[in-house]
Design a protein around this ligand. Sequence first.
Ligand code: NAD
Ligand code: GLY
Length: 367
Amino acid sequence: MRVVEVALGERSYPIYIGEGLLARADLFARHLPGPEVFVVSDERVAPLYLETLRTALPGRRLDTLVVPAGEAHKTLATVERIFDALLGAGHGRTTTLVALGGGVVGDLTGFAAACYQRGVRFLQVPTTLLAQVDSSVGGKTGVNHPLGKNMIGAFHQPAAVVADLATLATLPEREYRAGLAEVVKYGLIADAHFYRWLGERLEGLKGRDPGILEEVVARCCRIKAEVVARDEREAGLRAILNLGHTFGHAIEALQDYRGWLHGEAVAVGLVLAAELSARLGRIPKAAVEELEQLLAALGLPTRLPKGLAAEEMLAAMGRDKKVVAGSLRLVLLDGLGRAEVTDRYPRDLLADLLAEQCAAGADPASA
Ligand code: NAD
Ligand code: GLY
């Protein structure tokens, strides 16, 4: 087992990474001081892993709620269901919520934990690649609004993250690939060596080689932990973790969160952010082509979905949380392995890029 520490003073916590951790009662016991536990999972994950987790949480009162799966259910209505169940079962401030599932369950449960009786403990038990490398770490929690992705939420750090790599074996192929988009993101923003390492291990990555997965999850968590430790509430630096996400979130919102997966939308967003960076002379054009090849080799889309108009993309991007005083800041690359959030780019260049890419149409590899 590997352990990566998120260093946040009194809110510090470990990320445990390894095979079979879901059954490790000793690990969970360290982080469950109270007498009550409330596990939230979704309808796909619960039948696979809830029983194993239950046996690792002995001697406590344990209640569960299984919510529908998918991004379309990352809503206030689902959070209300969690509150109803917690209150209905009489959970008090000493309860610990446990999020067993992907990023949707993690974001919903974390937000419920941030609000319930003004804040209770919670543990992240991520079961998708995306959640293990990204969403379970760093304390961003929340839900979507019809007008914008993740628009309602709170910063609330988990007490621990337990990432059982064995759960990735049952992840559907499309979901697994979507997680790889966030993995590529880490290389682009913070670690050129890791980015090249990924390109040299395509077969192992596609085949879910256990050794490669352990290295990938640990590397990504280390990068995220370091960024979050330096800028927990995104005063500046943390925004680099959102490379490609302003484009990606706009795609998701325009598809009513029922179209592409988050990671698929982020993959196209990475290409658009890289292309804009290249047009500004910040990275060579060849780096964009290399990125497209890597994403395509991993089975990810590199072009916008069909039917989007540049104006609606721009309008949706304008609702991003990185907008300051009406000005949209974007994360752009500064060479490979370095990124910054900036509003220093000509707006025409962004409008032209979107017009071009929207006209170019869909990537056949995508849904
Ligand atoms: P998800 O939670 O919807 O999970 C994907 C699908 O896989 C679901 O149908 C789920 O039921 C199923 N699933 C999960 N684990 C499984 C397993 N082991 N075996 C079989 N099926 C399994 O999606 P996701 O990609 O994990 O997360 C995406 C969400 O994460 C988005 O809402 C995104 O905004 C959010 N996110 C949050 C942060 C953050 O910092 N909080 C960062 C990145 C992404
Ligand atoms: N996924 C972006 C962040 O956690 O800041």
